[in-house]
Design a protein around this ligand. Structure first.
Ligand code: PGA
Length: 255
């Protein structure tokens, strides 16, 4: 049975003491139906809290992710963090190509491609974020934007049997808006993403190694309507992952 992923993206929102408090509370109150169940909860704090939160999450049934990475293994790259360093801190996942990095750091599909390769080379799992802006959607360009982002990010990426890749479809215009897209529309988009992937990846890889998540204003009220759709393999949660009251019902949605 394939897993369901619930990923918390804390972005740049929590001071260290608040992030550590939040992680400790989560560990205390998380009730997986059974250990080793089919739900994988991933917490992505700022780099500065990675080491502390790695310790807190140990044996909790939850996993650690980073919000970004640099593509080189080591060297004179001031301020950058390598995939090897993240691995050393017990990170299992790395968010790559979030729309906020594409917008504010001008991250391109080429850079995203290098990061995905670097993360896979360390045996970590990339969470590739894709999504169209409101203008692109209005102009009828949604599919072509998604295709460019997918094909650019995955150019020359060969997933081995043990590799996994998560793709988070996040329509840029709903992120942080409080208004998610309709779960039926999200489901249709998941199907289009699968179809687009099949244009350049073997069917076996698309079905066995890739999971497709939805992100954008997921909260405790609407999470279940996304997570109960068979073709939506999980959710990427920003704002609603920042406090226990909102996030606990999401990660315990099936208890
Ligand atoms: P949001 O953010 O849940 O606050 O909309 C999601 C994201 O940016 O990953």
């Amino acid at each position: 049975m394939s897993k369901t992923y619930i990923v918390a993206n804390w972005k740049m929102n929590l001071l260290p003491k608040d992030a550590i408090f939040q992680a400790k509370q989560l560990v205390k109150q998380y009730k997986p139906k059974k250990r080793n169940n089919d739900i994988e909860v991933v917490i992505c704090p700022s780099f500065t809290e990675i080491a502390a939160i790695a310790k807190i999450l140990q044996s909790s049934g939850m996993f650690l992710g980073a919000q970004d990475v640099f593509w080189e293994e080591k060297g004179s790259y001031t301020s950058s963090i390598s995939a090897a360093t993240l691995k050393d801190h017990d990170c299992k996942y790395v968010i790559i190509g979030h729309s906020e990095r594409r917008q504010y750091q001008k991250e391109t599909n080429e850079v995203i491609n290098l990061k995905i390769k670097a993360v896979l080379a360390q045996g970590l799992i990339p969470i590739l974020c894709i999504g169209e802006t409101f203008v692109e959607r209005q102009d009828g360009q949604k599919e072509s934007v998604l295709f460019d982002q997918l094909s650019g990010a995955l150019q020359g990426v060969w997933l081995k049997e043990k590799d996994r890749l998560l793709i988070a479809y996040e329509p840029v215009w709903v992120i942080g808006s409080g208004q998610a897209v309709d779960p039926d529309e999200a489901e249709l988009t998941q199907a289009s993403i699968k179809r687009l992937l099949l244009e350049f990846l073997p069917a076996g890889i698309v079905s066995d190694n890739i999971s497709i998540l939805y992100g954008g204003s997921v909260n405790s009220m609407n999470a279940k309507s996304f997570l109960s759709k068979p073709s939506i393999d999980g959710v990427l949660v920003g704002g609603a992952s920042l406090n226990i009251e909102d996030f606990l019902p999401i990660i315990n949605y099936n208890t």
